[in-house]
Write a protein that binds this ligand. Structure first.
Ligand code: ACO
Ligand code: KIV
Ligand code: MG
Length: 595
């Protein structure tokens, strides 16, 4: 079948100015000239910056906005049951400040706030945030919705401040917009200023494209109006409503505000990155280095367009650096199931920390390293007499221990055509507790590779085990030579083994003195013209416990070359004899394969 890509053609423009001779890329057809870089759109004020040399040493205050910003981005906004389930999850995880909705937007949002007011759904130590635009009627409705809530409440007022929004959306110049915002601030004070449990938050929406002096002017005006004080601090939340720049630019913008805001000790500096460029997490992390103390975002990054910043990734990034995120992720799969149910959006299998595949290696050298790393981890725990969950984690390719998140090691290694012997051995060890010698691992890996190359699919432990059995074991019905019986006895201080072989319908009985049963069997086979030389014999068991089967694998030489065979039985001796018989049988039937 011919596949054509009619709308894509190889760029064939002139060599770009200054291109290095080793770079043969050409100009594309994309009209990139239509877009201006961030420096042309907004002044980035900072000349001297402290954030690059700072370190993340403590968790900021996390504020999940899934029930508002995440919810407003859903094709089907959450129904009351979903909102409640999500809220309960956040409380259980340890979030202490939660934006619960936009009460003037919809009945569901309003009723959910009322539910909080009228029940004990929200523990006393959880602050409830409600969101409103700077419109008097909507502010009034918002304040009405929070009546009776005993918890601390934050009223979050927002208005866009960036030039395009001023010109195109709101139709107001800077001064006019400041008046609108202050009017909104005054309305908030009029309706809620006397409520002792209420604090205020202001967001200059699209802060990241707002002139820094204007952002500062509006924010300072709001903290003055609301009389921000250390006892009643005001939250100034500085959103990258649409992410437009590299994270260092956002960090500069935040540090500028951090250093220049009035009443800084009465301001909780908050950030709210979105993820349009895919760098929302980096923006939040650099913003915290730059002075932010509070981060708004969504669990696993739901939200408008490409989403809000993912506060689960942010928290677990801290965990992976040895900093307690102060939020419980010990059952991440349960958290994911709840979030998927509430949002009706699946989490991507590659999503950091939570995706189905993020603790899984398919590739051979990674598997080899992980298998060795896990073995080293177990051994070190035993040497130090400490629990595996407690000692330092240094398993290659796994940034954190999946067990921290309630995950098992079952999916850490999965096998396909990119895998190698280490991964295959790991699967057999995990599923059957079978340890194979290294050279047999290499032989088995070749057979598994042939299978996965043919199928193109992943292969399970059970399928690998089936390949193992097909390749190295001989079942009674298929055998060309059978061990019909054996007996060991003692005569005049010497061991004697009686062997009964059945081949081509005939029985052959022989007795062997002074040798062990395995040697006796190889001698009997040689007498029958089916001789093999046992080069190596490896005994182990299948599965744990005393009632597990014994497994013996032998490496043998025969006329056609060297091969492997295996026997499984209730006793070590029976398994060893079965392995030797299997070797003779395989040598007879498949000399080419085993060479
Ligand atoms: C970045 C963010 O996430 S902002 C939050 C966005 N979230 C939402 O919009 C979800 C909930 N929203 C809603 O349910 C509705 O938009 C409502 C109830 C708030 C308002 O609905 P409507 O009254 O029908 O107005 P509409 O949705 O068209 O909003 C646009 C109007 O609000 C004005 N406006 C927009 N934002 C603000 C603001 N923050 N402060 C004051 N006015 C604003 C616009 O200028 C426009 O005014 P105009 O009609 O005079 O031109
Ligand atoms: C905080 C508000 C205004 C917001 O969601 C945003 O700007 O993205
Ligand atoms: Mg937002």
């Amino acid at each position: 079948m011919t596949v054509t890509f009619p709308r894509i053609s190889t760029p064939a423009g002139p060599v770009p100015d200054g291109a290095a001779p080793w770079n043969r890329q050409r100009h594309s057809q994309l009209p990139s000239h239509r877009y201006a870089d961030v420096y042309a759109r907004v002044e980035v004020p900072l000349a001297e910056r402290d954030w690059p040399t700072r370190r993340l040493t403590a968790a900021p205050l996390w504020v999940p906005v899934d029930l508002r910003d995440g919810n407003q981005a859903l094709a089907e906004p959450m129904d009351p049951a979903r909102k409640r389930r999500f809220f309960e999850l956040m409380v259980a995880m340890g979030y202490k400040e939660i934006e619960v909705g936009y009460p003037s937007a919809s009945r569901t949002d309003h009723d959910f706030v009322r539910l909080i007011a009228e029940t004990d759904l929200a523990p006393d130590d959880v602050t409830i945030v409600v969101f409103t635009p700077a419109r008097r009627d909507l502010i009034e409705r918002t304040v009405a919705s929070i009546q009776g809530i005993r918890n601390e409440v934050v009223i979050h007022l927002y208005t866009a401040t960036a030039p395009v929004w001023r010109d195109v959306v709101l139709g107001r110049g800077r001064d006019e917009l400041t008046r609108l915002i202050l009017d909104g601030g005054r309305d908030v004070l009029e309706f809620a200023g006397d409520l002792p449990n209420v604090r205020f938050e202001f967001s200059p929406e699209v802060f990241n494209l707002t002139e820094p002096d204007y952002a500062l002017e509006v924010c300072d005006a709001m903290t003055a109006l609301w009389q921000a004080s250390p006892e009643r601090p005001v939250i100034l939340n500085l959103p990258a409503t649409v992410e437009v720049a590299t994270p260092n630019v956002y960090a500069d913008q935040i540090e500028y505000m951090h250093k220049n805001l009035a009443r800084r000790d009465s301001v909780i500096l908050s950030v709210h990155p979105h993820n349009d460029r895919g760098t929302g997490v980096a923006c939040a992390e650099l913003a915290v280095l730059a002075g932010a103390e509070r981060v708004e975002g969504c669990l696993f990054g739901n939200g408008e367009r490409t989403g809000n910043v993912d506060i689960a990734t942010l928290a677990l990034n801290l965990h992976a650096q040895g900093v307690d995120p102060m939020i419980d992720f010990s059952d991440i799969d349960e958290i994911r199931r709840t979030v998927e149910y509430c949002n009706r959006i699946d989490v991507h299998p590659r999503h950091p920390y939570v995706g189905d595949l993020v603790h899984t290696a398919f590739s051979g050298t990674h598997q080899d390293a992980i298998r060795k790393g896990l073995a080293e981890h177990r051994a070190r725990a035993a040497t130090e007499s400490r629990p595996e969950r407690d000692i330092a984690w240094r398993v290659p390719y796994l940034p954190i221990d999946p067990a921290d998140l309630g995950r098992s090691y079952d999916a850490v290694i999965r096998v396909n055509s990119q895998s190698g012997k280490g991964g295959i051995a790991y699967l057999l060890e995990s599923a059957y507790e079978v340890e194979l010698p290294r050279r047999l691992q290499i032989d088995l890996a070749g057979r598994v590779q042939q299978h996965t190359d043919d199928s193109g699919d992943e292969i399970t432990a059970a399928e690998i085990w089936a390949i193992f059995q097909d390749s190295y074991c001989v079942t009674a019905g298929d055998a060309t030579i059978e061990l019909a019986g054996y007996e060991t006895s003692e005569s005049e201080g010497r061991g004697r083994t009686r062997i009964v072989l059945r081949a081509r319908g005939e029985e052959h009985v022989s007795s062997h003195d002074g040798v062990g049963p395995v040697e006796a069997l190889t001698a009997a086979l040689t007498a029958l013209g089916a001789g093999i030389e046992v080069l190596d014999l490896h005994q182990s068991s299948i599965g744990p416990g005393s009632d597990s089967d014994a497994l013996t694998v032998v490496e043998y030489r025969h006329a056609g070359g060297v091969g492997w065979a295996a026997g499984r039985a209730g006793s070590v001796l029976a398994a060893s004899l079965a392995a030797v018989i299997a070797a003779a049988d395989l040598a007879e039937r498949e000399p080419a394969l085993t060479s």
